[in-house]
Ligand binder design. Structure first.
Ligand SMILES: NC(=O)c1ccc[n+]([C@@H]2O[C@H](COP(=O)([O-])OP(=O)(O)OC[C@H]3O[C@@H](n4cnc5c(N)ncnc54)[C@H](O)[C@@H]3O)[C@@H](O)[C@H]2O)c1
Length: 376
């Protein structure tokens, strides 16, 4: 069962807040708490656009968010408006009350009654898409065709039709850059890992153990059309592994399932890359993880052996030399990931947009069909 934090016993709440302050800092803990209240908002689709009276228009109000749930509230809107000099212009959510709540909290200009209003608004230059997974590609294509910069939360697609549509639009409108919601590549820990691995040559042995949140059976992630937790969660680590091996050396990749077809949240998968690298990913979601998602990584390449815990601690052994790092807070790279599109940093090359999607779609297919899949 998922935990309703707002209804938890007071001592549990205090312990959780204290732990989160230590792990994420007081400001992010505070916004995560407010996000829980925000998620209480339930309402129908807006029948007309809600305008935030008293909030003035300006050139800096150029960001739109489609999908105003927990992640948009506690990460996207938080970092986008706090650190960039840009500001929120428009939001859309099928739950009108949530759209208004986010718009109000971050001083947006309006909550649209239809997503088309956002795509047609010349004042919007960047669209963040953080709605349900099955809607990502469709919204992204609309945004690209309207000449907007688009940041698509993971997974950017849920099937090959989505991928074809997205790649087609991206190639037709080359000037509309695409950013993806894979945040962990921008964590300082991951940047150090890549630096250390680049000093070595040869194949890698990669091992991930991840303990994720238990979520209720009726959660929307589990709907057939949304792609389940392989697309909803596992794609983070297929993407990171692909980056460690390197897009050039990786393909073809053979994906072998190691858990039953009916597994909803507990997965084991092996990836054999073209250069001889091997990666195993085990994802377990059996109960409540008090500190949120837990991630353990071990990698061996050449003379380098490294291990990372929770994007908080990293140890790198290279021959006789050992380097250890501990960040003050956990660093999942969210801030940098959100700010990239706003600050005009390099977008994701189209080949990478395509290849990382092919890999997570193959992981899903391998588990579902209980057979090896080769991704070319
Ligand atoms: N990068 C990360 O670390 C990370 C972490 C968590 C979630 N996410 C991603 O962010 C996205 C949102 O996840 P969340 O945790 O905020 O979920 P959520 O359930 O809290 O929010 C989803 C929101 O989308 C709205 N919605 C549903 N269908 C819609 C539609 N067709 N059009 C517009 N809005 C619609 C819902 O009403 C809801 O408010 C997902 O893609 C998820 O995978 C990314």
């Amino acid at each position: 069962m998922s935990i309703d934090y707002l209804r938890s016993p007071p001592l549990y709440k205090i312990a959780k807040v204290l732990r989160y302050c230590r792990l994420y800092g007081p400001a992010r803990t505070y916004v995560k708490i407010i996000a829980q209240l925000h998620m209480r908002q339930e309402g129908e689709r807006l029948t007309e656009t809600w305008v935030n009276s008293g909030v003035g228009d300006s050139k800096s109000k150029n960001i739109a968010i489609v999908g105003c749930g927990n992640f948009s509230f506690s990460n996207i809107a938080y970092y986008a408006t706090k650190n960039s000099g840009s500001a929120l212009r428009a939001v859309y959510d099928t739950n009108g009350a949530r759209a208004v709540s986010l718009c109000r909290a971050y001083k947006g200009l309006y909550a649209a009654s239809r997503p088309e209003e956002i795509f047609a608004d010349p004042g919007v230059s960047i669209v963040f898409i953080a709605s349900n997974h099955a809607s990502h590609a469709k919204y992204a294509v609309n945004a690209i065709e309207s000449g907007k910069i688009v940041h698509i939360e993971k997974p950017h697609v849920v099937n090959t039709d989505d991928l074809d549509a997205l790649m087609g639009a991206a190639r037709r409108f080359e000037k509309s850059p695409i950013y993806l919601g894979f945040n962990r590549p921008f964590s300082n820990h991951f940047l150090r890992i890549q630096e250390a691995l680049n000093l070595e040559s040869g194949p890698l042995m990669i091992n991930w153990f991840i303990a994720g949140h238990q979520i209720d059976d009726d959660h929307w992630y589990f709907k057939e059309s949304e792609g389940g937790r392989v697309l909803g969660n596992l794609c983070h680590w297929t993407d990171l592994s692909l980056r460690m091996v390197g897009f050039e050396a990786a393909f073809p990749i053979q994906v072998t399932p190691g858990s039953p077809a009916n597994a909803k949240s507990d997965f084991a998968l092996t990836f054999n890359f073209a250069d001889g690298s091997v990666c195993s990913i085990t994802f377990s979601a059996k109960g409540h993880t008090f500190e949120g998602v837990r991630e353990y990584l071990n990698v061996h390449k050449g003379n380098t052996l490294l291990s990372m815990r929770d994007f908080h601690e990293l140890a790198i052994d290279r021959g006789s030399k050992r380097s250890s790092y501990k960040s003050f807070f956990r660093d999942h790279g969210h801030k940098r990931s959100v700010l990239r599109s706003i600050l005009g940093m390099p977008s994701v090359p189209l080949r990478e947009v395509e290849m990382t999607a092919k890999l997570f779609l193959a992981a899903k297919q391998a588990l579902f069909e209980q057979r090896k899949i080769t991704v070319t």
